[in-house]
Design a protein around this ligand. Structure first.
Ligand code: LRH
Length: 486
């Protein structure tokens, strides 16, 4: 009784899905309505998202989801589409791995020094932050013609409803928001010649975001109007909202997927010189929380190897990797040379060679190298986050696709020396659904929705095993390089 159903549209860098979530005070059941690949396209002008293909997948998914009380949308951060005065899309959205921002950060820093930039935005240096993308786009015909910029989830919401807005959690990844006020930083934008009039008014998770257009209703097989509700439209904001932490538990989180996003949930940003040097970011989360975290390359390293090898099934690779000796090959899994698409096995071998260590050759060796290196990078980020924020964590909650990867979970627990609680794998979709549920009458705060997840979703606990001194030694070998550093 009292249960409602919400559709979560969750677009990731390698696939998109539409999930139907049934939610009541003691119920939480997520079912997959539709999943579709996300295949970026190399054009002569650069790497682009196939946004129309994704939108087609969203419509198919909404049809497959059946009757719902509301729809919410989340996706990867930082990227956007530009609209002309008549509302039409000006070209394919640029992929954050595109090379157009090469050399741009240095130009930006000549106007706004990196320490100022960090102090006023709290956002880490990453070449793909929307701020750098927009400076890279200055002088292009698209930007000249643009009257509106919509971040990816807001663009999908616009096509579904005809209404334009900018959801705040994702807006924080543009690096144009002041995390202390939760509003645009006008003076920063002015100094860089970025026109904030391009951006639609801010909305917050839980705010109404329009109603499906009649044509969309028809296309998705709905008899009547359905509201769209703003959620934490940054997938990482939704995923962290779904971390199944107990009330008062001292936890670190690790969102695994294409990226590993590792850190702590705080009440206020940490923008000290030390946290800038360590390249920790302060992204805005649900209910005024701050995600203090580091971006690590994540399972992208393995996905990109598999693409090179033309292998699609990860299970045999992981089984072989589990039999390999531990910590023989290690790279810095946060290093910027792994950002672009291309020959990943070759880049991993080159990185091992550059450190003077042994070089992995077989697929099993390379897979093991990726997993050991990720576990080490997780260890380092969790330790540094605690130190920089002066907070302790007794457990690591590992959510997202990597929760299905038992070897990654165990190695992360071994490396960090604390228990890892793995699951849910579909954390972003669950966080999306639960923010909608709260907006549509589910009582309780963030902690109580987390308790609902812990009560209803299967979780797996990993205890640290193996020889901790081996991880210490490996950490010492790799910790002199800086991630994506400014
Ligand atoms: C993960 C993610 C991450 C961003 C990256 C661009 O999907 O949203 O939080 O840093 O994509």
């Amino acid at each position: 009784a009292g249960a409602k159903t919400f559709a979560a549209v969750d677009l990731g860098a390698s696939s998109g899905r539409v999930m139907a979530g049934r939610v009541g005070p003691d119920t939480l059941r997520l079912t997959e309505a539709h999943r579709f690949p996300n295949r970026p396209v190399h054009l002569p002008e650069g790497l682009r998202w196939d946004i129309l293909g994704l939108y087609g997948g969203v419509l198919d998914g909404l049809r497959a989801a059946g009757p719902v009380d509301s729809v919410g949308i989340d996706s990867w951060a930082v990227d956007y589409g530009l609209l002309a005065a008549d509302g039409s899309l000006l070209g394919n959205p640029v992929h954050y791995r595109d090379r157009r921002t090469e050399g741009v950060p240095e130009r930006v820093w000549a106007t706004v020094p990196p320490d100022d930039l960090y102090r006023v935005t709290g956002i880490q240096y990453a070449p793909f932050n929307t701020l750098y993308q927009l400076v890279a786009a200055q002088g292009t015909p698209q930007l000249a013609a643009a009257r509106r910029l919509l971040l990816i989830p807001d663009l999908i919401a616009y096509w579904l409803t005809g209404e334009q807005g900018t959801e705040l959690t994702n807006a924080s990844t543009t690096q144009l928001i002041d995390p202390r006020t939760g509003d645009w930083n006008r003076s920063l934008a002015d100094r860089l010649g970025i026109d904030l009039a391009l951006l639609a008014p801010l909305r917050r998770p839980g705010d109404p975001a329009g109603t499906l257009l009649p044509a969309v209703q028809e296309r998705t097989g709905r008899p009547g109007p359905v509201p769209v509700t703003a959620v934490g439209s940054h997938d990482t904001a939704s995923a962290v909202a779904a971390v199944p932490a107990g009330r008062g538990e001292r936890f670190a989180y690790l969102c695994t997927g294409t990226w590993s996003l590792v850190g702590l949930e705080l009440d206020a940003p940490v923008t000290t010189g030390a946290s800038r040097a360590a390249n920790f970011t302060n992204e805005l989360g649900i209910d005024g929380t701050v995600r203090f975290l580091r971006n690590i390359m994540g399972l992208w390293l393995l996905q990109e190897c598999m693409r090179t090898w033309e292998v699609t099934d990860v299970t045999p690779l992981l089984a072989e990797a589990a039999r390999m000796p531990a910590l023989r090959y290690v790279v810095d899994a946060a290093a910027p040379e792994f950002l672009a698409p291309g020959d990943m096995p070759g880049r991993i071998a080159a990185a091992c060679r550059a450190t003077g260590g042994p070089v992995p050759h077989s697929r099993a060796e390379i897979t093991r190298c990726v997993l050991d290196s990720l576990a080490l990078a997780h260890r380092r980020a969790i330790r540094e986050a605690q130190h920089l924020a002066d907070r302790e964590a007794d457990v690591v909650h590992l959510v997202g696709g990597g929760a299905r990867n038992a070897l990654l979970c165990q190695l992360t627990s071994d490396a960090c020396g604390v228990p890892v609680v793995a699951g849910p794998a579909e954390a972003a979709a669950l966080g999306n659904v639960l923010v909608q549920a709260r907006a549509h009458g589910l009582p309780g705060d963030l902690a109580s929705t987390r308790e609902l997840i812990a009560r209803t979703q299967p979780l797996t606990r990993y205890e640290p095993s193996g020889d901790p001194t081996a991880w210490e030694a490996a950490a010492r070998r790799t910790e002199d390089t800086r991630p994506l550093s400014a």
